[in-house]
Design a protein around this ligand. Structure first.
Ligand SMILES: C[S@@+](CC[C@H](N)C(=O)[O-])C[C@H]1O[C@@H](n2cnc3c(N)ncnc32)[C@H](O)[C@@H]1O
Length: 254
């Protein structure tokens, strides 16, 4: 499954004729609606976040390194582009997205600058937004473009990535057959925290509280398989985009 029509076209090119493979354009959040899933699944792998083609093609509007239309939608035919959202959202909403999804300390200042700027002319290009952010916060983190956190936050918001993950994890859990495995590769600490909590809430009883009755009837539906894994140094050296990847795995109980 992928929201991105180009990723789906690529899959069709690679796998047409291979009876083992089925593909579907759509959000992970619609996993349970896919006929291929209703029989139950032996395994689910979520490979979250953005793809290299999305980052590398300037016309997709994800990159602060290359100028392009300010879009950032994984599915360019659905929802609002980043330019449309930045043109209509109020200052408080923009600041809150930058803070929550990008942990951007200067979120308020950047939001104020966006709102001031769009009063003169709309922000339509990734280059314009990257420059505006750089002018507000300067070079703060060495080796990191000043717009990195803001672009990541806007992308997560525009694509509803965390809501999709919440729904997708539950759908995957429900579709797994006993012994089936759920594996999730995430690239952002917020995503990883959600996956960690999802697995732990289903594999361990809630911590006891002396003042409350004990919950004796907790039945796990998942077993955690190993600990969170990061890329080996060699893998990260070969593919620097893997540096923030975290893999977690759990097995569905009978
Ligand atoms: C890290 S890439 C992995 C791509 C693929 N596994 C590969 O190796 O070529 C993440 C992909 O997930 C897609 N994606 C991210 N969130 C999604 C969601 N909620 N629903 C569907 N696709 C999503 C993106 O469009 C992107 O193509």
């Amino acid at each position: 499954m992928d929201k991105d029509p180009e990723a789906i076209a690529d899959a069709a090119k690679k796998f047409t004729g291979d009876v083992r493979v089925a593909w579907r354009r759509g959000s992970f959040a619609t996993l349970s609606e896919w006929d291929a899933v209703t029989k139950g699944l032996d395994g689910v792998l979520f490979d979250l976040g953005v793809s290299s083609p999305q980052l590398d093609v300037a016309g997709r509007g994800f990159s602060f390194m290359q100028d392009g239309p300010l879009d950032m939608r994984m599915d360019p035919e659905t929802g609002e582009s980043a330019a449309e959202w930045l043109a209509r959202a109020d200052e408080q909403e923009i600041a809150s997205v930058l803070w929550q999804y990008g942990e951007e300390r200067m979120s308020r200042r950047i939001a104020r600058a966006v709102v001031a700027r769009r009063g003169d002319e709309p922000l339509m290009r990734t280059g314009e937004l990257a420059e505006l952010i750089a002018s507000v916060i300067g070079r703060r983190e060495p080796g990191k473009h000043p717009a990195t956190r803001s672009f990541q936050a806007i992308r997560i918001h525009i694509n509803g990535e965390l809501d999709d993950l919440t729904t997708g994890l539950q759908a995957a859990h429900d579709a797994l057959t006993p012994g089936g495995r759920l594996a999730v590769i995430s690239f952002h600490s917020l995503e990883d925290r959600m996956v960690k909590r999802f697995i732990s809430e289903r594999s361990r009883p809630p911590a006891g509280n002396r003042r409350l009755p004990q919950m004796d009837d907790f039945r796990p539906s998942l077993i955690e398989v190993g600990k969170a894994r990061r890329g080996e140094p060699k893998e990260v050296a070969d593919n620097p985009r893997a540096r923030s990847a975290v893999l977690r795995v759990a097995e569905r109980c009978a």
